[in-house]
Design a protein around this ligand. Structure first.
Ligand code: ADP
Ligand code: MG
Ligand code: ZN
Length: 619
C-alpha cells in the first residue's frame, strides 16, 4: 500500500500549492477598466504590463492589481504613455483564471497518475501471486518453535514404534538396502478425529532430525484447475532438493477422495491433483530418501489407488484411547499444572470412556479455565468433573427458563432414568440434573465404570430399558408423553437394530449378520449399508426391532410402577434442588426402601458401539 501513501502525499502537496497560489492572487485587487484609467490619471500606478486582454501592475502604494481589458484599449495605451508609467507588453500573460485552470488540470493529472501507479503496483503483486500459485505453500517445520516430541504423545505406542522405524529408514538406508528390504514410500495414519494424528506427525518432526514439510490436503484444492497439480509437483520438487526428508500431508481425504465420486462426474481439479500425487509417488524411487506421511479420518473415501502397494503401503490405525491410554493422555496434559490433592487421574480416566485425546485435552483446559475464574491456585477434582460435563454436554444454561410444568415433567423424566439406572445397575449414576446444558434440557449422567469390549444381550436390554425410563416415567405420571424423549428413542432404536442386525441376538432371526458394514465405525460408511437381505427379512427386522423396544418399554414401566414412591421422592428432590449427585440418589432410594439389585455391577458402552458414556434425555 505504499503507492497509496504516495498518492495521498502528492495530492496534499498539490492542494497546498493551489491554496498558496489562490492566496497570492487575492493580494491582487481587481480594478475595473475605468478605475484603472482613473488611477492612471491620478498618477497612482507605478508600473503596468499589458497583454492577452489583461493588464497587470502595481500601484504606488505597493498593492498589485489586474484589469480585464476591452477589445480595444488604445486610450489606455495613450494614457500610459502620457503619464510616463513604465509599460511592458506581454505576448502571453497568464492570468489568474489560466493559472487556476492549469493547476486544476495538474492536480487531476497527479491523481490520475497516482491511481495508475497504484493499480500497476497491484497488478504486479497479483502477477507475483499468480506465479506463486503453483508453489506448494508447504511449511517447513520450524525448529524454533517449542519442540514437540514423542513424550508429548501419550499412548499410541505402536504408532510411535512404526514411525521410529521410518526414522531409521531415512537415517540408515544402506542397512535396509543391504538386506534387499524395500523402504516404504508412504505411511498413512488413520483414525477418528482428535485421536492425535497431527500431533503424532508434529512430534515425529521434532524427533526425526530431517527436514519436514507440512501441508494440509485442503491447501491443494484451489479454485483453478491445474493449480493443485502444480503444487503437488512443486512440493515433491522441494522435497527432492532436501532429501532425506519427510513430507507430511494432513487431511489427505481432501485430495485423495475417490475419483468420479462427486456429483456431476467428480471434481476435475481434485482429480488432477490426485493423479499428480499418484504420479509423483510412483516416480519416486524406492530408496529415494523421501517418506510421505499422511493422515486422514476418512480412509473409506480415499481412492483405492492411493492404497495400492508402492504408495501408502504402511498403514497405522489409531483408535480412541482406552482407560489406560486416557490416563496417560491426562497425565501429559496435566503435567506442569498445579493439582489439588483430591485429583484422581485414574478415576477421571475411567469416567471418560469414549473421549478422544482432543476431548481430554479440551477437558483439562476447561478445568484450568474454571479454576482460574474462581481464582484458585490449584486445579481441583471438582473443576475437572465440571469440565468433563461441559465437554460432554456443553455449558450449563441457567438462563434458559422452563415453566413450572416443564420442570416437573423434566424432573420425572430424569428421575425415571436415574431410578432405572440404579436399579438395573447398568452404569454408575453420578449426577441427575434438570438444569439445561448444551442442547439438552436435563440429563442423567451415567458413567461406565470401565471400557467394555463385550456386552451381553441382557446388558444391552438393560441399557435400553434405562433409556426408555424417562418416557415411561412421563407416561406413568402425566398420562402423556412429550417431545423431550426423542434422543432416548433414537438411541434405543439404534441399539435394538444393532442387536438384531449386527450382533445376531434376535431369536427369531437367528445369529446372522444382516447388512454388511465395511471397516471400523469411524469410517462413516454406516449410511451406505449393503443390503444383503430380502424385503421380507427387512420387514421381519422392523418387527423384531419394534418388539424388542416395546418389551423394554413395558419392562421400564413395570419397574417404575412398582417403585412409584422412590420415583416421587426423587422427582421432588430434583425439583427442589435441580441437581443431585449419585450418593444422594442412593440415599433417597434407601429411604424409600429400595436397594439396587446389581449394585456395583460393571457395565458400560461396548467398544465398537458408539453409545456415548452419557445419556442425554432431551434434545
Ligand atoms: P487429529 O487426529 O484430528 O489430527 P490432533 O492431533 O489434532 O487430532 O489432536 C488434537 C489434540 O488432542 C492435540 O493437540 C492434543 O492436545 C490432544 N491429543 C490427542 N491425542 C493425544 C495423545 N495421544 N497424547 C496427548 N495429547 C493428545
Ligand atoms: Mg488433524
Ligand atoms: Zn431422557
Amino acid at each position: 500500500m505504499r503507492s497509496l501513501r504516495w498518492l495521498v502525499l502528492g495530492t496534499a502537496m498539490v492542494s497546498l500549492i493551489l491554496i498558496w497560489i489562490v492566496r497570492e492572487q487575492s493580494r491582487f485587487q481587481e480594478l475595473r477598466y475605468d478605475q484603472l484609467k482613473a488611477a492612471l490619471e491620478d498618477g497612482r500606478v507605478r508600473e503596468i504590463e499589458i497583454g492577452n486582454q489583461q493588464a497587470v501592475g502595481t500601484l504606488t502604494d505597493g498593492t498589485g492589481f489586474f484589469t480585464n481589458l476591452p477589445d480595444r484599449y488604445d486610450d489606455l495605451q495613450r494614457l500610459v504613455e502620457r503619464k510616463g508609467v513604465p509599460l511592458r507588453y506581454r505576448r502571453t500573460l497568464i492570468n489568474a483564471a489560466a493559472w487556476q485552470g492549469l493547476l486544476t488540470s495538474l492536480l487531476l493529472l497527479a491523481i490520475f497518475v497516482g491511481v495508475l501507479i497504484f493499480f500497476w503496483r497491484q497488478m504486479q503483486v497479483g502477477n507475483q501471486q499468480a506465479f506463486n500459485f503453483a508453489k506448494s505453500r508447504a511449511r517447513r517445520y520450524d525448529h524454533s518453535q517449542p519442540k514437540i516430541t514423542f513424550d508429548d504423545v501419550a499412548d499410541l505406542e505402536e504408532a510411535k514404534e512404526e514411525l521410529r522405524e521410518v526414522i531409521d529408514f531415512l537415517k540408515n538406508p544402506q542397512r535396509f538396502q543391504a538386506l534387499g528390504a524395500k523402504v516404504p514410500k508412504g505411511v498413512l495414519l488413520m483414525g477418528p478425529p482428535g485421536c492425535g494424528k497431527t500431533l503424532l506427525a508434529r512430534a515425529f518432526a521434532g524427533e526425526a532430525g530431517v527436514p519436514f514439510f507440512h501441508i494440509s490436503g485442503s491447501e491443494f484444492v484451489e479454485m483453478f484447475v491445474g493449480v493443485g497439480a502444480a503444487r503437488v509437483r512443486d512440493l515433491f520438487e522441494q522435497a527432492k532438493a532436501q532429501r532425506p526428508c519427510v513430507l507430511f500431508m494432513d487431511e489427505l481425504d481432501a485430495v485423495g477422495r475417490l475419483r468420479f465420486a462427486g456429483i456431476g462426474g467428480g471434481h476435475d481439479e481434485r482429480e488432477q491433483t490426485l493423479n499428480q500425487l499418484l504420479a509423483e509417488m510412483d516416480g519416486m524411487e524406492q530408496n529415494s530418501g523421501i517418506v510421505v506421511i499422511s493422515a486422514t479420518n476418512r480412509p473409506d473415501v480415499l481412492d483405492p489407488a492411493l492404497l495400492r502397494p508402492g504408495r501408502f503401503d504402511r498403514r497405522i490405525v489409531i483408535d480412541n484411547p482406552d482407560a489406560k491410554g486416557r490416563e496417560a493422555i491426562l497425565r501429559v496434559h496435566l503435567r506442569g499444572k498445579p493439582l489439588a490433592d483430591d485429583v484422581d487421574i485414574e478415576k477421571l480416566a475411567k469416567q471418560t470412556a469414549g473421549f478422544s485425546g482432543a476431548d481430554l485435552a479440551n477437558m483439562v483446559n476447561e478445568a484450568a479455565i474454571l479454576a482460574a475464574r474462581k481464582a484458585q491456585d490449584k486445579l481441583t477434582m471438582t473443576d475437572l468433573l465440571e469440565a468433563l460435563e461441559k465437554v460432554i454436554a456443553g455449558p450449563e444454561r441457567k438462563s434458559r427458563l422452563l415453566t413450572e410444568r416443564e420442570k416437573k415433567i423434566l424432573a420425572y423424566h430424569e428421575s425415571g432414568h436415574a431410578l432405572l439406572g440404579k436399579l438395573l445397575g447398568v452404569r454408575e449414576v453420578t449426577k441427575v440434573t434438570i438444569i439445561p446444558r448444551g442442547l439438552a434440557l436435563g440429563y442423567t449422567l451415567h458413567l461406565p465404570q470401565e471400557d467394555r469390549y463385550l456386552m451381553t444381550k441382557q446388558e444391552i436390554l438393560d441399557e435400553m430399558t434405562v433409556a426408555l425410563g424417562g418416557r415411561a416415567s412421563e407416561e406413568l405420571v402425566f398420562g402423556e408423553v412429550t417431545t423431550g424423549a426423542h434422543n432416548d428413542l433414537e438411541r434405543v432404536t439404534e441399539l435394538a437394530r444393532r442387536m438384531v442386525c449386527e450382533y445376531g441376538m434376535s431369536e427369531r432371526l437367528g445369529p446372522v449378520t444382516l447388512g454388511k458394514k465395511a471397516g471400523p465405525i469411524f469410517l462413516g460408511r454406516d449410511i451406505v449399508e449393503d443390503r444383503n437381505y430380502s424385503e421380507e427379512i427387512a420387514s421381519e427386522i422392523d418387527k423384531e426391532v419394534r418388539r424388542t423396544v416395546e418389551e423394554c418399554y413395558q419392562r421400564a414401566m413395570d419397574i417404575l410402577k412398582s417403585h412409584r414412591q422412590a420415583l416421587e421422592m426423587l422427582a421432588a428432590r430434583l425439583l427442589e434442588k435441580e441437581t443431585i449427585d449419585g450418593e444422594e440418589v442412593d440415599e433417597i432410594l434407601k429411604r424409600a426402601g429400595v436397594t439396587s439389585q446389581r449394585d456395583g455391577k460393571r457395565a458400560g458402552g461396548s467398544k465398537d458401539g458408539q453409545e456415548s458414556s452419557v445419556r442425554q434425555s432431551d434434545g
